[in-house]
Design a protein around this ligand. Structure first.
Ligand SMILES: *Cc1c(COP(=O)(O)O)cnc(C)c1O
Length: 394
């Protein structure tokens, strides 16, 4: 194998508008934080940053949980970290599944040797807490898992009643907040949630690479009462606790610059103000929906159950899913997502996450989609979308 460096171009990524299911647009201040000077992971400056990040994360998650910190890995590593620390083989786990990510939770629980009971509803619907209570069935259950914001479908799930059902049998409630944190309210303590994980590249507008997690005191007690070691060395919270907790004992080298980026993203969230951030997501979702509907398109999820930050748009008959996404990307520099699992080929997933949720992006996307669809067999109402979206803003 010969290596000829003349074959390599200088790194120059295209300037894309990221309107898919993540990553979202990175805020310039987050980008700048990423390239700040790297210090050692035990440097007093960095240790102070860690304290600040934990403080900001607790506030963002709506919790006082001491064990709240970012896992070095993407959202799925956060999911795995929450599960492997509290599960042991043979334990009973109930997973509410209305999309791809609930399925991933069930897979991880099964790999831990747990007995997995699924509560399944079609992709695009919400989970009825009574169905979860029936699946728990009064039996000793270690964990009940549910996804707050199902990025594969665009469904927003209410959590408190499911957490209450779990509490009746002393089960821990685990909530996937990967797409919800920073986009819609997350209130772990008020909802009675024991374990939660998120990700940086959705509504927090960071690059992918970290998974904030939070463990309640009840979850920490389950961890401490284990009879077997945690199956994963890297994700073992008892050791991570020694680094993120008081002692700052080396476990693995923290990804310093990603942590700078997360700190900046969390500061941006609180500077704008959580209420205003959530209202901004709702505003642009409203304008996007108005534009899509004026064009003659429809959303897959019932209006009351929709996430503002992830919009599943039904693909009109006779339209080539992949060709439209390719045209948007290559001709308009706009990335959207295709459908996953049961919704593959049926929907496009249009993200309005974090820094992406801006008026200019909504209008740019609607114009590009209309121009792309007008070259297909789809029967759309041309010329109506921008006016409808603009009217929604007024
Ligand atoms: C993106 C996502 C994940 C997985 O996160 P990765 O960063 O891709 O590992 C898990 N759950 C939900 C709801 C997501 O949207």
């Amino acid at each position: 194998m010969s290596l000829d460096l003349r074959d390599f171009q200088p790194l120059d990524p295209p300037q894309r508008l990221l309107m898919g299911p993540g990553p979202s647009m990175v805020h310039p201040r987050v980008g700048a934080a990423l390239s700040a000077t790297t210090v050692g992971h035990l440097d007093p400056f960095f240790l102070a940053c860690m304290d600040e990040i934990q403080l900001l994360l607790r506030k963002a998650f709506g919790t006082n949980n001491a064990l709240t910190f970012p896992i070095s890995g993407t959202g799925s590593a956060g999911m795995e970290a929450c599960m492997v620390n509290v599960l042991q083989p043979g334990e009973r786990v109930v997973i509410a599944q209305n999309g791809v990510f609930g399925g991933r939770m069930a897979d991880i629980a099964a790999r831990q040797g747990c007995e997995v009971v699924k509560v399944e509803v079609p992709f695009g619907e919400t989970i009825d807490p009574q169905a979860v209570r029936r699946a728990i069935d009064g039996k000793a259950t270690r964990l009940v898992g549910v996804v707050h914001a199902e990025t594969s479908t665009g469904v927003r799930q209410s959590i408190p009643d499911i957490a209450a059902a779990a509490r009746e049998v002393d089960a821990l409630t685990l909530v996937d907040c990967v797409t919800s944190l920073g986009g819609i309210p997350v209130e772990l303590d008020a909802w009675g949630v024991d374990l939660a994980y998120a990700g940086t590249q959705k509504c927090l507008s960071c690059p992918p690479g970290l998974a904030p997690v939070s463990f309640s005191q009840r979850a920490v007690e389950v961890l401490k009462a284990r009879t077997q070691k945690v199956s994963s060395w890297y994700l073992d919270a008892t050791m991570l606790l020694n680094y993120w907790g008081g002692q700052r004992a080396y476990h693995h080298t923290a990804p310093i610059n990603m942590l700078y980026a997360l700190r900046e993203a969390l500061l941006l969230f609180f500077e704008e103000g959580p209420e205003d951030v959530f209202a901004r997501h709702q505003l642009h979702h409203g304008a996007l929906t108005a534009g899509l509907e004026a064009m003659g398109l429809s959303l897959h999820v019932a209006a009351d159950d929709r996430l503002p930050q992830l919009n599943a748009v039904r693909i009109p008959d006779g339209v080539d899913d992949a060709a439209v996404r390719r045209a948007l990307l290559l001709e308009h520099d706009i990335e959207i997502g295709g459908g996953l699992g049961a919704l593959a080929g049926m929907v496009w997933r249009v993200g309005l996450m974090g820094h992406t949720a801006r008026r200019r992006n909504v209008l740019t996307f609607l114009a590009a989609l209309e121009s792309t669809l007008s070259q297909t067999k789809a029967s759309i109402h041309a010329g109506a979308a921008l006016e409808a979206a603009t009217a929604a803003y007024d």
